[in-house]
Design a protein around this ligand. Structure first.
Ligand SMILES: [Zn+2]
Length: 270
């Protein structure tokens, strides 16, 4: 599943290409979108902005119409110049928004819905997002409070629970726990405020660093230039911890069985 930084970056790219532009053509293979387009055509509207809310992307059109998409595992948005060859097969196109200068194409986007401001405000999954780690006005204290509201959850599960804190995905989950020296299998209720604050601050710092201008779409948490050394623990089962040399472990966690990586020495239970 793409992490919030992927969605944030995609939304920013789309916003730069499309905002303020008139839609010249709208294409979709999704019946629920086609129905709305028949009744209230997208073509002729202005793209007001494109933004991200956690892992959701919102494309705001003039006339109170919002295209809400979620990429889940498979989806992606590309921006092309008109006539430019697409990098994915046309059969994978689900939505395409054309303007004079650019075409935004959503490939294999599994969740796509049209909303008005009113229906979006009632949307359960978007409505119930916790503080967004990438939001300008992110409130670390509010995120800590949200996490503390579920003391029974294991830390590795809580960090992925989008209604508590929005945007973090499976790679950063492990990295954030390592950076904070917290065992991901402890329950939230056993953490000190300092540990919770450290988790939230590392989440924010790692995600922000990965959406910074000019940074390639390669996740990095160690700050090391060598691409072989860009992550602390994720994907490194059996390899030596970069801090203490102990073999990194991994195990599936939570009902969704998302894999968690950790160093049993650096992140010893306490
Ligand atoms: Zn270690």
């Amino acid at each position: 599943m793409p992490e919030g930084d992927t969605i944030f970056r995609a939304a920013r790219t789309l916003n730069r290409a499309l905002s303020g532009q008139v839609v010249t053509k709208f294409e979709t293979q999704l019946p629920q979108l086609a129905r709305v387009d028949d009744d209230a055509p997208v073509a002729g509207r202005v793209v007001e902005k494109v933004d991200a809310a956690g892992k959701w992307m919102r494309m705001w059109f003039s006339g109170d119409l919002i295209l809400l998409t979620h990429m889940l595992m498979s989806g992606s948005w590309h921006v092309y110049r008109p006539g430019e060859r697409w990098q994915r097969p046309r059969v994978q196109m689900r939505v395409a928004v054309y303007t004079e200068a650019f075409v935004a194409v959503g490939f294999q986007v599994p969740v796509a819905e049209f909303h008005t401001a009113a229906t979006l405000a009632r949307h359960r999954s978007v409505q119930r997002l916790g503080p967004d780690v990438l939001a300008e006005d992110f409130d670390a204290g509010a995120a800590v409070a949200q996490l503390r509201s579920r003391p029974e959850l294991e830390v590795g599960v809580a960090l992925l629970t989008q209604s508590l804190m929005a945007g973090l995905g499976n790679v950063y989950k492990s990295e954030v726990c390592f950076a904070s020296r917290v065992d991901p299998f402890r329950t939230v209720g056993t953490l000190s405020i300092m540990e919770l604050t450290s988790l939230v601050e590392h989440a924010r710092r790692f995600m922000k660093a990965n959406v910074a201008e000019g940074v390639a779409a390669m996740r990095r948490t160690t700050g090391r230039a060598n691409p072989e050394e860009r992550l602390w623990v994720y994907g490194r089962r059996g390899e030596a911890c970069r801090v203490c040399g102990t073999a990194i472990e991994s195990r599936k966690q939570g009902v969704e069985a998302r894999v968690t990586f950790w160093c049993p020495e650096c992140q010893g239970r306490s």
